[in-house]
Ligand binder design. Structure first.
Ligand SMILES: *Cc1c(COP(=O)(O)O)cnc(C)c1O
Length: 489
């Protein structure tokens, strides 16, 4: 760690008895509770003692060393990190929201239930599904929910021999993982050289042991799956259901709907497509939609609108069960609703098309200098296989690190695993032409540097606070407390 640049740790600013804050007097001093001696600590905890200004400056300076969507372009493929309108953050943080309790009587939370129900119906319209649940907390949680719905569907039909789920080799890792957690075996179907599912490879796999075919669209290479109608027909003829991983639905918004393509169950990541920032791992929401006739299988409870206009919660006996303690991550739901309402139907369709246009623009402007393994129109993202000129010895990792010197976050690297030097770029729909052009200019500049002065790229980054952290050491030997730091010094 470059301690010189980062300055001291908060512990190193500590001086005995220096205070920035006084805790209120404990109200319960006179409560007579005997704490067992074995649970009492024998020495005082190691806590920093610092005045308020020192604390504020320490954390403000530290935050300024971070990269985020508020500081620069973040073209990470596969996990959209886009601009999240500030107004949506304000709505989610509103004082009327925080005090709500998930188990309050429904007649006291009619507004919240209306927001939930409205988003549920908007997502149904966007996805072409009959009904959505907003209860799951993440994309993978939505996949698990969807697969449990599929399991419940076959069980209700007495079709208990369907123990396998087909997953393409290009799928996001959560797909096979969710299928396994739901109790299915996974059968892999291969991709063709153009990156789409190989229908000829799929055909012999379909039989009466298959519960579902999971597909991601656009797939993990950012390509629209061409043969969906045929795959859906074959799957349905074999009695299997079609599952749509819509984690990255951006380019589809207002353009095409999974329900119209023949999918029976789908999930959406609100934290990728509908405004919730998801850096740092959360919070998220993975709403799940089903086609008509499967609504009763959705998780309990469901929010319904009664004939008198009031909202209530219902639990169906037929349901797959419960997937969450409550009605999902409510503030994520509010952000998504605000986002959809502010864009409207036509705005959503423009967002979808811009996501596609921006990605194709970057791809076309860089394809002479970077290797494009699959040459086709992409949707919201695309993959290069490193630099076109392989003689320089400059790797995708080097390019990614060099981008940091120019103030850009690196794209996703070494994923998907289909290529050795994957560099996966997703600009999203919300970046300006100027930002995208500057990114292109920098990417072109790095490719030229790689030829003329490869060492400058190989030794990058040069301008960041930390230059070459030892990734392995950090994983094998993490030092996460000040105590450990002292002991390791
Ligand atoms: C991100 C992603 C997921 C998983 O979503 P989480 O919210 O991270 O669990 C699933 N599939 C695809 C294609 C994704 O991009």
């Amino acid at each position: 760690m470059n301690r010189e640049y980062y300055g001291k740790l908060i512990f190193e600013h500590s001086h005995p008895n220096r205070r920035g804050y006084k805790l209120p007097k404990c109200e319960y001093n006179d409560v007579d509770i005997e704490i067992p001696a074995s649970l009492l600590r024998s020495s005082a905890p190691l806590l920093p003692e610092a005045d308020e200004l020192t604390v504020v400056r320490h954390y403000t300076n530290m935050s300024a060393n971070n990269f985020g969507v508020d500081t620069g372009f973040y073209p990470l493929g596969s996990c959209t990190m886009k601009y999240n309108p500030k107004i949506n953050e304000e709505i989610a943080a509103d004082n009327s929201v925080a005090p709500l309790h998930p188990f309050q009587p429904t007649d006291t939370v009619q507004g919240a239930l209306e927001a939930y129900h409205t988003l549920q119906s908007y997502l149904s319209e966007i996805g072409g599904m009959a009904e959505f649940t907003l209860n799951p907390y993440a994309g993978a949680h939505g996949e698990l929910t969807g697969l449990m719905i599929i399991k419940a569907y076959h069980r209700r039909n007495g079709d208990t021999g369907r123990i396998n789920v087909i997953v393409p080799d290009s799928a996001h890792g959560t797909n096979p993982a969710s299928a396994a957690v739901a109790g299915f075996n996974i059968i892999e179907v291969k991709s063709r050289p153009d990156g789409t599912v190989d229908v000829e490879d799929l055909k012999p796999l379909l039989n009466d042991t298959i519960a579902a075919v999971m597909m991601t669209n656009p797939n993990t290479l950012g390509i629209f799956e061409k043969n969906i109608p045929e795959i859906a027909r074959l799957a349905h003829e074999a009695g299997a259901l079609m599952y749509y991983d819509g984690a990255n639905l951006n380019p589809m918004l207002g353009v095409a709907r999974p329900g119209d393509m023949g999918f029976d169950v789908m999930h959406i990541n609100l934290h990728k497509t509908f405004s919730t920032p998801h850096g740092g791992g959360g919070p998220g929401a993975g709403p799940v939609g089903v086609r008509a006739g499967m609504e009763h299988l959705l998780p309990n409870p469901r929010v319904v609108k009664n004939a008198d206009g009031a909202y209530s919660l219902i639990c169906a006996d037929d349901s797959m069960g419960r997937i969450s303690g409550t009605l999902g991550n409510f503030t994520v739901i509010l952000r998504a609703l605000a986002y959809i309402l502010s864009l409207g139907r036509s705005g959503l369709a423009i967002a979808g098309k811009l996501a596609t246009l921006n990605a194709n623009y970057i791809k076309e402007c860089l394809r002479d200098l970077y290797l494009l393994p699959i040459d086709t129109v992409c949707k919201h993202e695309f993959v290069f296989d490193g630099l076109a000129d392989k003689s320089t010895g400059v790797t995708t990792l080097n390019v990614a690190k060099r981008l940091l010197d120019y103030g850009f976050h690196a794209p996703t690297i070494y994923f998907p695993l289909l290529f050795h030097e994957s560099l996966m770029i997703e600009p999203t729909e919300t970046e300006s032409k100027e930002t995208i052009d500057r990114f292109i200019e920098v990417m072109r500049g790095i490719a030229i540097e790689a030829k003329e002065n490869p060492d400058i790229v190989k030794q990058a980054p040069h301008n960041t606070p930390v230059r070459h952290p030892d990734d392995t050491k950090a994983a094998l030997n993490p030092i996460v407390t000040y105590q450990e730091l002292i002991e390791n010094a």
